[in-house]
Design a binder for this molecule. Structure first.
Ligand code: DX5
Ligand code: ZN
Length: 230
């Protein structure tokens, strides 16, 4: 349920879909939109079958933007990466609950000790019970709406119930974490996510394919806002 305390909706373009031959200009293009966050996908070739970029790239683009840098660690050993990404300019680090409760607990503590925000990501096949024990320590949850590893995949509709569950738990437990969705977020999928309770929309392909990124972000924002259940 949405009320006066509902956080403003956030669109977070995913840099994975940008033109890598001119990353700096792409980040500046995002700056000129109503997006509040920039999503940075880190893939290690182990946790997911793809490799993206590392802290050096985040550090290089950090001075170009005041946006919140939302780093998504799709990595088997995030413990060795938290400090490098914190130093590179991450504001929030999303770790995956698939790493197991004990590891996640340690990672949360380390992210906090680095002074960064904690995001908890969950893959489509993973039960929400893996997320629940950590909710009190989360600034945001990231419901994966594709199996991570690649941009441009099709939205998995079955994940909508997980968004609803995350929203229901937030109400029940009196918590304030944001609810993000990541993967296959297009004009035709954003509304159902917003209606289910998502407030943060990570989108790569659907935004960067447009020459007018600002207009694309605005359109997605409006579609989400119109769908929020008041
Ligand atoms: C998927 C990544 C996503 C990806 C989304 O593994 O975590 O953030 O960039 O890309 P689109 O919006 O193209 O599905
Ligand atoms: Zn991501």
């Amino acid at each position: 349920m949405s009320d006066a305390t509902t956080p403003p909706l956030i669109i977070a373009p995913s840099l994975l879909a940008a033109n890598f031959t001119r990353l700096g200009a792409e980040v500046q293009r995002v700056n000129r939109t109503s997006a509040a966050w920039l999503h940075l996908d880190i893939m290690d070739g182990h946790f997911v079958p793809n490799i993206s970029f590392g802290p050096a790239v985040v550090k290089a683009v950090r001075p170009l933007s005041k946006l919140t840098f939302d780093v998504h660690l799709m990595c088997a050993k995030p413990d060795i990466l938290l400090e490098p990404f914190a130093k590179a300019g991450a504001d929030r680090m999303n770790i995956h609950v698939e790493l197991g409760a004990q590891v996640v607990g340690q990672l949360i503590w380390k992210i906090r000790s680095l002074g960064k925000q904690v995001g908890l990501a969950i893959d489509p096949p993973t039960s929400m019970s893996a997320l629940k024990p950590h909710l009190e320590q989360a600034d945001s949850v990231l419901i994966m709406t594709v199996n991570p590893g690649f941009g441009g995949q099709e939205f998995i509709t079955e994940c909508l119930t997980k968004i609803q569950q995350a929203a229901a738990w937030r109400d029940e437990l009196g918590l304030r974490y944001r609810i993000g969705v990541d993967g296959g977020i297009h004009y035709n999928t954003v509304a159902s996510c917003a209606a289910a309770g998502a407030d943060t929309f990570i989108s790569g392909t659907a935004l960067f394919e447009h020459n007018h990124l600002r207009a694309a972000v605005t359109k997605m924002h409006k579609l989400a806002e119109a769908a929020v259940v008041k």
